[in-house]
Every structure is written in C-alpha cells, then in structure tokens.
Ligand binder design. Structure first.
Ligand code: ADP
Ligand code: MG
Length: 717
C-alpha cells in the first residue's frame, strides 16, 4: 500500500488551512497520519434517546421529537435569538441559539430531529441552549445522537472542528494505512485490523466497537515496546561472550565464611540462581528484588566474590556517593584481612589520585571496584570485568542500562541489577522486562515489623517526641526526615550532589507559618536541639552539604557520636545503621508510599523494636487513606502495588523528570492484563524467530523506528 499520502501536510487537509495548521502543530500534528493518531480520550455517548418526560436537569442527554415551532427574533444588544421547539409525544422542549439564525434553515415544521445538550427546567418548561442538532429521517426509529469522540484540544481548534477534520481524514486516508500485523495474526491474537481500529476510535459505530478498536491500538503500543525489550535481551545474549565464572564447593564455602550470619533461604535461592547464570558463557542480565532490609548487599557481594575467585574484576555501582561509601564500608568490614585488592572510586578525588586509580583498574591490579554510577560510567576501563552490580537501579532513570560490553574483544560482563524497593508487577514488566528476575521473599531472622503510626494532632505529636527522647536516652538512635532543606518560601530545586543524586526533596506551597513548620531540615535541626531534643547530640545531613561533611555526619551517626540524625531523603535509600530504631517523618503526606516504606526500612534492622511516626501536616482525606496503607501493610510488595494504584507509575519510579514511559496509548494501570498477554506474545515471537520472518518485517521495522535508539537495538534483525 502506498503510504505517501499519509504524509500530506495538515494545512492542505479539508477544514484546516494555514491558521489551524499552526494550532494543530502545537499538538504535534503535522500530517494526515498525525491526525489519524491523534486519538480521542474518550467518548460522549449520545446513543440513548430520551423523551421529554424522562429528562434530568443539567446532564448531557439526547431527545427525539418533531418540530412544532420555529422562531427568530432580534433581542437587546443587537443579537439574534433563534429557537426551535419540539414535541416528543409526551412534552415540549425548546432549544435556543444566539446569533446562529442559519440553524433555522436546517429544519422546518414537522422535521424529525435529535437535540443533544444539557436541559434546564425554566418556568415549567424544558429548555436547551445551543444543543447539538441532528435532522433525521422520520421513519428511522433507530436514530440516535451517536458516539462522539472527545479529543485533546488546543486554542483555535474547537471540539466540533476537530471532529470534522478527523472524520474527513479517516474517510480519505484510512485506505493508505498498512497493518504491521499479518492478516493471519489478527485472528491468532484476537485483534481487529489497524485500519478498522483507527476508524473505530474516530468514528465508532458502537461502544463495543470503540473498545475493540482501542484494544488493538493498545495492543500494538505494548507489543512493539515489549518486542523492543525482547530484542534487546536477545542482542545482549548474542553479542559478546561473557566469562564463565563457576562456583565450586570450595569457593562457595570460602565466600560464606566471610559473612557473620547464615544466609536466609531466600538469599540462598538468589545466590543459586545468580551462580547458575554466571557459570554460563553468555552474559547474565538479572534483576534482584526484595523488600527493604532483606539483605541484597550480601547476595551482591557473594556474586562479586565469585567473579574475583574466577580471576575477573567486579564493580558495584550505587546511585549516590553516600551509598557508594556505605557499600565500601560494608565490604571493607567483610573483607578485613583478605588479599582481594579493592578501591572506592568517588567524585572528589584529585586529578592525580584519579589517574592512579584508573590505572590500577585498567591494569587489573584492583579487582573489586565500588563507586557511583556516574563516576564509573565516565571513563573507567577494566582489564577484565566479570560482573557489574547496579544498586537501586530505578533511581537512575527509566531506560538507562549500563554498557560495559567491550566491542573489540566481544566480551560482555554479567550484570546484576538491584532495586531499592519491590516493584509492582506491571512496572517490572516494562522497566525491567528484558531482565530475568530473582526475588528474595524472606527477611533475616528476628526482624519485627516496624510499628507505624500516622499522627495528625499536636498533642500526640508532643507525646511522640517524648517517646523519642526516652528511647534515645535508653540507647537507641533516631532519624528525623524533612521534605526540604529550607523552610522558607519556594527555594526552587534542591537536588543532591554532583553524582546526580536525586534527593526527592519536593517543592511545596509552604507559605504560612504553620504550613512550613517541620518542612525544612535546617530549621528543624535547630528547633529540635533547642526544644524537643535539648541536651541530645543531633546531627544534620542533606544534599547541599559537600561530600566530606555528608560522610562525616553519617559516620558520626553510625558510630553513635550523634544520637539523632535530621536529614532530607538522602537517607532514603539503603542507609544501614542497625542501632537506629526510630524514624520521624515530617510532612509525611508529601512523600510517596514506597518512599516512606523505604524510609521506614532504615530502622528496625537490629534486635530492638522499630517505631515510625508519620507526622502529617494537615488532615486531608486522600492523604489519610494513603498513609493508612503503611499502617496496614508491613511488606513492601503490597505497599508498592498500593502506591502504584494510588499515584501512578511516574511517582512510584520517581521518574517525573526523566520523561514519561515511551507508550502512547497504553496505561499501565488500566491495561495490566493486556500487558501480561502482549509480554508473552512478544517474547514468543522473538524466541521462535517469527519476528525475523518476512511476515513480520513491517512490525519489526516499527519496533526499530520507535525504540531502536532508546533501547540501542541492532539494526539488522
Ligand atoms: P537491602 O536488601 O535493603 O539492601 P541490606 O543488604 O542493607 O538490605 O541488609 C540489611 C541488614 O541485614 C544489614 O545490616 C545486613 O548486615 C543484615 N543481613 C543481611 N543478611 C542477613 C542474614 N542472612 N542474617 C542476618 N542479618 C542479615
Ligand atoms: Mg541496599
């Protein structure tokens, strides 16, 4: 089929012209094809026809009747008022228009018509102002107001105009649309053809037809995306050999001896799956997910030591400098007395130190490397990288994956990705759909669920502080988290350090004195030291401190020199201080649930009971409902699902600033079932090689056009 006509510029289309074309351009519409893909957000259903006696005031309805009276008169202000009255057999309805006398030319006494509009009852009579008027055949008993698509609009293009233009475009151009799915697959996957689908959304014959049409468009949207992921996975597996990193019984017991604890059975299973992958000569791409505190670090370290034992290097990348340092400390403790050469690569080395470090890495002298994602991705060359562990991946942005494959030698390392909190299933399928998944489904023994309370009122708040004081005096430690750095007026963006740290510190409308109380971390720190926690050593950490001050503040807290740490969400992810058992969150309503769960995960890691107080700024029903989820669910998997349903994918991933998911019709919440279905189809098409066949060439091309660059897909199938 000749697709060229679809590229007809919008301004040459009927009903458009140069002025409207500019308006349409604001919606990203340049061509006839763009208009076909300018999809309605929903339908106005005027298919139910009522009689006057059945009308309800102020809601959109369609009435059928016979014209019994026409009127046109001049009214004050030089305007004209035209009216048409109909009889529906059980009552009268009068419709009026201002300055649209031409309406009267469309009807005459006795015409059968449909009016669609919102009726009002005035002086005992039903009236409609500016209704939609449809003249019908008096014999057509089936006639109804139809199903009208509702389009996203822009200034200069009304809904009526948009409907008219799209209708024209469908009529003239739909025959040029070619279907990326082969005919035979329509039945196989139970979808309608693409041309029918586009016609069906713009000119639906019935509500069912509209839904079937939309389903096909969503199907394509998801299928193409998931095919992209499936192709990327295949390219990874095919491109470059990975070193075999076998685990012998001897290696296994040598590594296990390093840990001061027995691995849980969940950790054991994870280690087994990972070791099995690493023993193969194609690269592992595995996601490790677990609830907060389940002990992913130990699993990651096990894998790294497997690589080292096999004579290769391993790297661990963290999203922030703070976490990189913490991982480094953990590793230092566990490897005390070991001969494994290792290095922490941070952003604040001098040029000379940095050069020396990079040399040690490229010569293979250092085998174990820890650093931030940003630092490591810049210019680090490894001698023989066997494993890359990426911690808390979703903090990095949606589609980024590290690339370590060495193009010359065709060598690729094994890759293990770890998420900060459990990911809802539909997000997992889209964000990490190209990875194998390992889930640790238990926690180390002796963990008690954190007692979580949501606090709204002043009296309870005071009691909570009293409790914190008692606990701290008894030897425990506490985190206090605030949403912002300053309390004052809008301070603009408050981001983290040069590593691209996202502190998630939200900007808010905090204007009034009371509103902003407890908002800013600095003021809170001062206030607590003077009042609620006077006499107690209170530390402060936030994203605007420089790296050294930050790590000093963390170290002081870790070593117990400070008993309370007032912080922004820099402590959100991964910070591990087992003696900390209290978490107070100011303005908890400003945080996402997964984020709060993550914060709560910072405490109760040791043997003492953990307590989390969520101080909420203002009683508000939806905030209350949200925060209660945390009260009710202790495990991160349920919290993640609830957060996802309540706030949508962007908020859960913290990806607002990275742009939306690259889907154009599908909605990860509403279309979850179809997502599962298309995921199976996509991976089957790649596994069987059908995607490379002649039949699928158009589909394959679509995938490359849409996602080739984003997913770095190879051009040749
Ligand atoms: P996360 O999965 O959230 O990254 P961490 O790796 O930080 O969790 O581990 C949380 C805490 O649990 C750490 O203090 C760690 O030493 C401890 N831990 C990990 N595994 C075990 C285990 N099998 N038994 C006891 N404690 C463990
Ligand atoms: Mg962690």
């Amino acid at each position: 089929m000749d697709e060229l006509p679809l590229q007809t510029p919008a301004r040459f289309l009927p009903g458009v012209g140069p002025v409207r074309a500019e308006c349409l351009a604001r919606l990203g519409i340049e061509t006839a094809e763009d208009l076909l893909w300018h999809l309605p957000r929903g339908l106005v259903d005027l298919s139910e026809v009522r009689r006057v006696g059945e009308l309800e005031p102020e809601i959109l309805q369609t009435v059928r009747g016979e014209v019994v009276e026409l009127d046109d008169r001049r009214i004050s202000g030089g305007r004209r008022m035209s009216s048409v009255t109909i009889d529906s057999g059980d009552g009268f309805l009068k419709a009026t228009w201002f300055n649209q006398s031409w309406i009267l030319g469309r009807v005459q006494h006795g015409s059968a018509v449909l009016f669609s509009g919102k009726p009002k009852r005035r002086a005992g009579r039903w009236e409609m102002t500016h209704p939609r008027l449809q003249v019908i055949d008096a014999d057509d008993l089936e006639a109804h107001g139809g199903l009208l698509p509702k389009y996203p609009l822009t200034d200069g293009v009304t809904m009526e105009a948009m409907r008219r233009i799209t209708r024209e475009v469908v009529d003239r151009f739909i025959e040029h649309v070619s279907d990326p799915l082969p005919e035979a697959w329509l039945e196989r996957f139970d979808v309608v053809g693409l041309a029918d689908a586009l016609t069906g959304v713009h000119r639906p014959g019935s509500v069912e037809a509209y839904h079937a049409a939309r389903r096909r468009l969503i199907f394509d949207d998801l299928l193409e995306f998931l095919l992209g992921l499936a192709l990327r996975r295949r390219a990874w597996r095919a491109g470059g050999r990975a070193p075999r990193l076998p685990v012998t019984a001897k290696i296994d017991s040598r590594i296990r001896r390093r840990f001061p604890f027995e691995l849980t059975s969940g950790q054991d299973r994870a280690v087994e799956e990972i070791a099995a992958d690493m023993g193969l000569d194609h690269a592992m791409h595995r996601l490790l997910q677990a609830d907060v505190g389940a002990g992913k670090t130990a699993v990651a370290l096990y894998a790294m030591l497997v690589a080292v034992a096999a004579g290769h290097q391993a790297v661990l990348m963290a999203p922030t400098e703070l976490l990189a340092r913490q991982h480094w400390q953990t590793i230092e403790e566990l490897l005390r007395g070991s001969r494994v050469e290792r290095v922490l690569l941070t952003g604040n080395l001098t040029a000379a130190e940095r050069r020396k470090t990079l040399e040690r890495i490229s010569s293979g002298e250092d085998v174990l490397v820890v650093g931030t994602h940003a630092v490591i991705q810049q210019d680090v060359e490894f001698k023989s990288l066997g494993l890359a562990v990426i911690d808390e991946q979703h903090k990095f942005g949606v589609m980024q994956r590290s690339r370590f494959a060495d193009e010359e030698s065709q060598q690729a390392p094994h890759v293990l990705v770890m998420t900060a909190t459990p990911i809802p299933r539909s997000l997992c399928l889209t964000q990490f759909g190209d990875l194998d998944v390992t889930t640790i489904d238990d926690l180390p023994p002796g963990r008690q669920p954190v007692v979580t309370s949501v606090i709204w009122d002043k009296a309870t708040r005071e009691k909570a502080w009293e409790f914190v004081r008692e606990q701290v005096t008894a030897g425990r430690q506490a985190f206090v988290v605030c949403p912002r750095i300053d309390s004052g007026e809008e301070t603009g963006e408050e981001t983290g350090e040069e590593t691209g740290e996202e502190t998630g510190e939200e900007t808010g409308e905090g204007t009034g004195e009371e509103m902003s109380e407890g908002m800013g971390v600095e003021q809170t720190w001062e206030r607590l030291r003077e009042h609620e926690l006077s006499g107690i050593a209170v530390g402060l950490v936030h994203g605007r401190l420089d790296v050294d001050d930050k790590s000093r503040a963390m170290q002081d807290f870790r070593d117990g020199r400070t008993r309370v740490l007032v912080a922004t969400t820099v402590v959100e992810v991964g910070v591990d201080v087992p003696n900390a058992t209290l978490m107070v969150v100011h303005h908890a309503e400003r945080f996402g649930l997964s984020q709060l769960h993550q914060l709560r995960g910072r405490i109760g890691r040791g043997s003492y009971q953990g307590y989390c107080f969520l101080l909420a700024g203002r009683q508000d029903e939806s905030a209350a409902a949200r925060l209660e989820v945390l009260d009710q669910h202790a495990d991160g998997f349920s919290v993640a699902e609830a957060d996802f349903l309540l706030r949508g994918p962007g908020d859960v991933l913290g990806v607002r600033q990275h742009g939306e998911l690259p889907l154009r019709v599908a909605d990860l919440i509403a279309d979850r079932e179809l997502l599962e279905e298309t995921r199976t189809i996509a991976f089957d098409l790649v596994r069987t090689g059908e995607i490379d066949g002649e039949e699928a060439s158009l589909l394959h091309l679509r995938v490359l056009e849409r996602f080739g660059e984003l997913m770095e897909l190879p051009r040749t199938g």
